[in-house]
Design a binder for this molecule. Structure first.
Ligand code: G3I
Length: 396
């Protein structure tokens, strides 16, 4: 496997990183890449922000896997979003206590550049407020103090945190998911069908309004999004998202639009006239942008045990790879069809690093555009073909 990963790194054209370098040296110099027309150059010539989520640890390490990972990223994307490193539990360690070291590697401390800028990536920020109460969404110290925090104190904490984070990376994060997953999966009586959460219990629906207001004050140029899953087509959740977005605007609050996560399977038919197109169109008519923020297309996979390297990576049916390719192609066409679509981002790009297999208990996986050895899958080739066909010809 290591051998095939190294050859993938070479094939993707990264040189100059074979000799281990310190993380600091790496952040200070742009990666050198060989000429190669990956998706990145095609996306740039098409004016498309094409991105991926990536864990910063994997970006900064000197392992053979990391080398291949970065090579693929550099050849194929112009936008990146730290998968977990900008979530509140990763940064917010106590009242007024922030851990910025990892995020600074990508974005640079104030007055400095980070790896992302040196390598020409636009950065999406995920997420200022993750509106649920699990340990991966809400810092443990807030969970511990929960009931003892007054509404006034909660408001002050929210302001302090958003000012600290969005303020630190002002001008470096072009778009923030201000609120993630605020709408509940079950119908309920709360305003906008919101989820019960620490922030909702303390501040009611105003927590959303305040978060957008503070984010805009901290970085007036940043695009600001409400990010949600299961709200891609028409239905209760997407209605609630749209109503919430309209309400924010009616309150004089700046909002760019809606992030649609798009964790999907093969079932959805994303074609003109479908409710997916209708939902994007109604956002456009209302003057809201949208972004595809977390695209992956999960397939049923062979049930290898978790310790087997093939776990989550071999589709049960070989046909499903071509159906997956059609699904990715359809998503690109959908993104390119709408002037209010401000970017297409995938939730990773290699089946070696994806949340799907562990989350689905090994039933689904193989959701991304390259396999575990960073070899392109049919989905990658479909995107390449589609982008090449829709890009203006290069000038000699
Ligand atoms: O890094 C630790 C490791 O040291 C430890 O041994 C292991 C034991 O559980 O956990 C590892 O951390 C895990 C982390 O992913 C890195 O793999 C966390 O437990 C796990 O909770 C975390 O899951 C992340 C999940 O959000 C929860 O934060 C996934 O990586 C991430 O892909 C997923 O992303 C979410 C988006 O933020 C919002 N939309 C849905 C999407 C998928 O669930």
């Amino acid at each position: 496997m290591i051998k095939s990963i190294l050859s993938a790194a070479l094939a993707w054209g990264i040189v100059g990183v074979l000799a281990p370098r310190s993380a600091q040296a790496q952040a200070q110099a742009p990666e050198k890449t060989r000429e190669k027309v990956g998706l990145r150059n095609l996306a740039i010539s098409r004016g498309l922000r094409l991105g991926t989520a990536a864990p910063i640890d994997l970006l900064r390490s000197d392992s053979a896997d990391s080398l291949a990972y970065r090579a693929f990223l550099l050849s194929n994307f112009n936008m990146v979003e730290p998968e977990n490193d900008l979530k509140p539990p990763a940064i917010w360690k106590g009242e007024g206590v922030y851990s910025f070291g990892v995020a600074d590697w990508l974005l640079g401390a104030p007055g400095q550049l980070g790896w992302a800028q040196r390598n020409g990536f636009a950065v999406r920020g995920h997420v200022l407020v993750y509106a649920r109460d699990e340990g991966y969404t809400l810092p443990q110290w807030i969970r511990d103090r929960g009931a003892g925090i007054s509404p006034d104190k909660a408001r002050q904490l929210l302001k302090d945190y958003i000012y600290a984070v969005a303020g630190r990376y002002k001008g470096k994060v072009f778009a923030w998911d201000v609120i993630n997953e605020a709408i509940d999966d079950a119908p309920n009586q709360r305003p906008f069908q919101m989820r019960d959460s620490f922030w909702f219990r303390k501040l009611g629906r105003d927590f959303v309004k305040l978060a957008f207001q503070f984010a805009h004050e901290a970085d007036p140029q940043a695009e600001l999004y409400l990010n949600e899953y299961g709200a891609e087509g028409l239905g209760r959740k997407s209605d609630a998202v749209l109503e919430l977005a309209r309400w924010l605007r009616s309150q004089g609050v700046f909002i760019s639009g809606v992030g649609m996560q798009w964790h999907r399977g093969l079932g959805e038919k994303v074609v003109p006239g479908s409710d997916f197109y209708q939902n994007a169109e109604r956002l456009r008519k209302d003057g809201f942008d949208f972004q595809i923020t977390e695209l992956d297309v999960a397939l049923p996979v062979k049930p290898y045990p978790a310790e087997d390297p093939r776990h989550g990576q071999e589709p049960s049916s070989p046909d499903s790879l071509s159906q997956q390719a059609d699904a990715y192609r359809a998503m690109l066409r959908y993104a390119l069809s709408f002037p209010n679509c401000r970017g297409l981002q995938m939730w990773g790009f290699s089946d070696r690093h994806s949340w799907i297999q562990s989350f689905s208990g090994g039933k689904n996986g193989a959701a991304l555009v390259s396999d575990a050895a960073y070899q392109p899958k049919p989905a990658y080739l479909a995107l390449h073909q589609e982008l090449a066909a829709s890009s203006p010809p290069a000038t000699p």
